[in-house]
Design a protein around this ligand. Sequence first.
Ligand code: NAP
Length: 265
Amino acid sequence: MPAESSPVRHVLILGGTTEARRLAEALEPAPYRVTTSLAGRVGAPVLPPGETRIGGFGGAPGLASWITAHGVTHLVDATHPFAERMSFNAAGAAALSGVPLLALRRPGWAAAPGDDWHFTESLAGAAALAPDLGARIFLSTGRMGLHHFAHLTDPWFLVRSVDAPAPPAPPRLEVLLARGPFTLRDERELLARHRIEVLVTKDSGGGATAPKLAAAREAGIPVVVVRRPPVPTGVPETGSTAAVLDWLSGEPPRRPGGGAPAATA
Ligand code: NAP
């Protein structure tokens, strides 16, 4: 088939992560049209190459409409492993539009010898568990979800986030505005300076924020680890950019509305 008659592959990347940015960079020289979508939560996001759009779509139907209106042929959910609603919407929109969907997720973290990890299913679970492990708590779970800890009046909290958190928040709180990556040296110093007794983290995975786990291990500090929500049923998942490139080159472009759904919510 002559190149000019081949349909242009329009890849919509649901982003907000390092993995999404790396994928957009990897696709840049290829013959794809690439749009990255950001939620608009961060004030000054680091923008990826290619086209970008910012803000919610209006649920799965809104995303499906956007896909159809913009001739998207492939959908990659490269949102953060804890962006559960968006992943669910992506699965729903893929089913509605018939556009194939692949989830790109960095692998989760694995405990190493010397770690004292305490698993929980949610931030509410972390709020119930952490005060029993220490009175000075480093909440490295970002600014969203702080309300789960707002009723805890006794422990002292350190919160680290890119943008300032909004209330409700626990009363004994210090906010540190910072954007990763953080080095092991940074994290050792932080834990020591604030005399941290317990660390709370989501199982976000990836290298940018992993040194806090090594620093906690070295210092014998217990860690409350919030487990990931599952990827929606039926959605294929990969951990590597290369696998997404393979998937894109092997998957025939399918016009929105023109094929069977690749995934269901
Ligand atoms: P969420 O709870 O799963 O999604 C809430 C709503 O935000 C969605 O229903 C959607 O609105 C909108 N949204 C989320 N991601 C979007 C995207 N990439 N493009 C356009 N709209 C998006 O999401 P969240 O946990 O608040 O995360 C928001 C963003 O921050 C995501 O892009 C995620 O990758 C990034 N992030 C999240 C975390 C985390 O811990 N959750 C950490 C780092 C980065 P509509 O329904 O109106 O479409």
